[in-house]
Design a protein around this ligand. Structure first.
Ligand code: AMP
Length: 199
């Protein structure tokens, strides 16, 4: 099963992706996590991405497409994967489609977590507070100032993907404002509905 989680920052993509990992045993491919690892490791990609990420803007399509193309050839992706935070532009959406087509694969579904923007900044602030309380590193972009730019980038560049996947018959929306377990149940139900899992 190859699926995409779509939604603005703070919509709950990462949380739901982790649950899907546990349930279906396929990996979460978070370009944000991969880029943060590149920054932490001081790689060439990390050096190019750091300032852009800190400003809440999007890293170039070429960089992220290359990261994903390499990642999906790893053995753990053989039975599928969950794309979290990728694709984020129409060019990335075309790129992943081409990448998969070259491997005779295709996406099964794009799940949009539909959320109320007003709630998002609060979630981001809470994520930063929780990380701090747990002694984990706090993301530099999880603050209200950078969040505004991340949300603008989402509407400008990523929201058009909703129409893109709708037109392909792949889009499914779930109520991302429901509590975490309820969102998980909605996702489980739609995967069963599309016969992507057998239970
Ligand atoms: P995330 O963890 O998904 O919120 O991503 C954090 C930051 O990494 C974003 O604000 C972007 O700067 C960068 N990033 C992550 N994924 C992508 C992507 N698919 N395209 C461009 N930039 C990305």
């Amino acid at each position: 099963m190859r699926l995409i989680l779509l939604g603005p920052p703070g919509a709950g993509k990462g949380t739901q992706a982790q649950r899907l990992v546990e349930k279906h045993g396929i990996p979460q491919l978070s370009t944000g996590d991969m880029l943060r690892a590149a920054v932490a490791n001081g790689t060439e990609v990390g050096k190019r991405a750091k300032a852009v990420m800190d400003a809440g803007e999007l890293v170039s399509d070429d960089i992220v497409n290359a990261i994903v193309a390499e990642r999906i050839d790893q053995p753990d992706c053989a039975n599928g994967f969950i794309l979290d935070g990728y694709p984020r532009t129409l060019a990335q959406a075309d790129a992943v489609e081409a990448m998969l087509a070259r491997r005779s694969l295709r996406l099964d579904v794009a799940i949009e977590l539909v959320v109320d923007d007003k709630a998002l900044v609060g979630r981001i602030v809470k994520r930063a507070e929780d990380a701090k309380a747990a002694g984990q590193p706090v993301r530099k972009d999880d603050n209200p100032e950078v969040f505004d730019e991340r949300l603008r980038e989402y509407y400008k560049k990523t929201a058009p993907l909703i129409g893109y996947y709708y037109a392909k018959g792949l889009l499914k929306g779930v109520d991302g404002m429901a509590d975490i377990d309820a969102v998980t149940r909605q996702i489980d139900a739609l995967l069963e509905d599309r016969a992507l899992v057998t239970q």
